[in-house]
Design a protein around this ligand. Structure first.
Ligand code: NAD
Ligand code: UPG
Length: 434
């Protein structure tokens, strides 16, 4: 199948490469000429495990271009994978989706299946149908399909090749597009969940909201565990073994970040309020998340009351491991707070970069750790599990380790004389058998 993927970001590029791997002929377009230039030179524009290898392996099936009209003209299937960022009031900004739909309207000369992969508010795809009709595109020339994406950054390729489901939202009685989607995903072993356009849009928001709520729930539990000297890790293990709860997304910590959970929750809150529904649970989820960094700042200040001129080393910048993405990263929020308290901030991240005043970023973890007064693990990169605490002991001024991800091996850290600080990570008061 000849496909045009519009947007060469995390979703667009991964989709383009995966569909090329499935044997389709893909043109991936982006209006960012720098991105397209790099991709045409053979360099990958994002860090995503396995993506570069797959691109190299299937580059015969994929091309990159800035010429959006030309790519649309040739393709029978068009995937919209442009950004839908957040406006200041929480509403999703649909300017890029609207831009694309106008371009499509001006370029349709044969039938197109237009698939929205971008996360868009409930009712958007119905609106896209209306817009195309208002622009006098013949009804026989297009079908709109909502096919939200559920990949996670850091495991995007794996998630797209082995999804747990493929959600497809269709216009009324559109059997033709369902057949097209099955052809598109031929080779992927996953059940189809078929629903209306609005149904598919809602599934995407409900999925992210549920997962974000699970995280905020655990963060609230961690706050409670903290005052009762209970280890939240025991609680996660205990409740996670119940299949009704499930063991994933129970990791308490500094809060969720990234380009999806925060903005999608804000967007659903906005949409609900517009319909005069007060989404109290979603609002609480967001509020807990927003204040989680402050909870860790209070922890830090209970050990170092005055942070002025204290050297604080932050390990991790990205919003989660295995990605270079720092969008809405809690690590960045934490760094801003440290700077506001006049701390001298040293940072290290295996892949992500962040430039700002009063922060020094190091290329080697040991350089970032020299003479530090406190080590804060802000992202759970595997690399930090293998730190040589015996060596670090000799480099630092003070022995405080704040683990905001409940992730380090506490015994290993404490064995070398460090004070391990977490939230809801109190030592069990009952002496248990070894
Ligand atoms: N990042 C994720 O993990 C993820 C997962 C699932 C769904 N989503 C959703 O997918 C969408 C895309 O997210 P992303 O993270 O890939 O975004 P991104 O910002 O990484 O990429 C979007 C790309 O679209 C391009 N673009 C914007 N307007 C364009 C236009 N008119 N023509 C051509 N290109 C244009 C931009 O230049 C950019 O390269 C969003 O709606 C997001 O919510 C993201
Ligand atoms: O137990 C957990 C799990 C995750 N996180 C944090 O939650 C955020 C989001 O993590 P994750 O969901 O793994 O990454 P994303 O790439 O943001 O993926 C989410 O957002 C995407 C965009 O909508 C969806 O496609 C995915 O299904 C959804 O998991 C990160 O900051 C994580 O550190 C926790 O704090 N505790």
């Amino acid at each position: 199948m000849e496909i045009c993927v519009i947007g060469a970001g995390y979703v667009g590029l991964t989709s383009a490469v995966v569909f090329a791997r499935l044997g389709h002929k893909v043109t991936c377009v982006d209006k960012d000429s720098e991105k397209i230039k790099k991709l045409n030179e053979g360099s990958i524009t994002i860090f995503e495990p396995g993506l570069e290898k797959l691109l190299v392996g299937f580059n015969r099936n994929i091309s990159f271009s800035e010429d959006i009209e030309d790519a649309i003209g040739r393709a029978e299937t068009i995937l919209i994978a442009v950004g839908t960022p957040q406006l200041p009031d929480g509403e999703a900004d649909l300017q890029f989706v609207n831009e694309v739909i106008l371009t499509i309207a001006n370029t349709i000369y044969s039938h197109k299946t237009i698939i929205t992969k971008s996360t868009v508010p409930i009712g958007t795809n119905d609106k896209l149908v209306e817009i195309l009709l208002e622009l006098e595109v013949k009804r026989s020339r297009f079908h709109i399909v909502s096919n939200p994406e559920f990949l996670r950054e850091g495991s995007a390729v794996k998630d797209m090749l082995h999804p747990d489901k493929i959600v497809v939202g269709l216009e009324d009685h559109d059997q033709q597009s369902l057949i097209k989607l099955k052809q598109l995903y031929y080779g992927i072993n996953a059940p189809f969940v078929v629903t209306s356009l609005k149904g598919a849009e809602m599934i995407k928001y409900a999925s992210n909201s549920f997962l974000a709520t699970k995280i905020s729930f655990m963060n609230e539990m961690a706050r409670i565990c903290d005052v009762f000297n209970v280890d939240i890790m025991d609680v996660a293990k205990g409740i996670g073994s119940d299949p009704r709860i499930g063991s994933e997304f129970l990791q308490a910590g500094i809060g969720y970040g990234g380009s999806c959970f925060p903005k999608d929750l804000q967007s659903l809150i906005y949409t609900s309020k517009k319909q005069e529904i007060l989404p109290k649970l979603l609002m609480a989820t967001e509020e807990i998340n927003q204040t989680q960094v402050d909870v860790y700042m209070d922890k830090l200040k209970s050990y170092i009351p005055n942070l002025t001129d204290k050297k604080i080393t932050v390990l991790g910048l990205s919003f989660k491991p295995n990605t270079d993405d720092i969008r809405s990263s809690p690590a960045i929020r934490l760094i801003h707070k440290l700077v506001a308290h006049n701390a001298k901030v040293h940072v290290y991240d295996p892949k992500a970069k962040y430039e700002t005043t009063n922060v020094i970023q190091f290329h080697h973890v040991n350089d970032a750790l020299n003479d530090t007064d406190c080590i804060i693990v802000a992202t759970d990169w595997d690399e930090f599990l293998y730190l040589d605490w015996n060596d670090i002991k000799r480099r630092v001024n003070e022995n405080i380790v704040l683990d905001t991800r409940n992730f380090l091996n506490r015994n290993k850290v404490e064995k070398h004389g460090f004070t391990y600080v977490g939230l809801g990570r109190s030592r069990n008061e009952t002496k248990l058998p070894e």
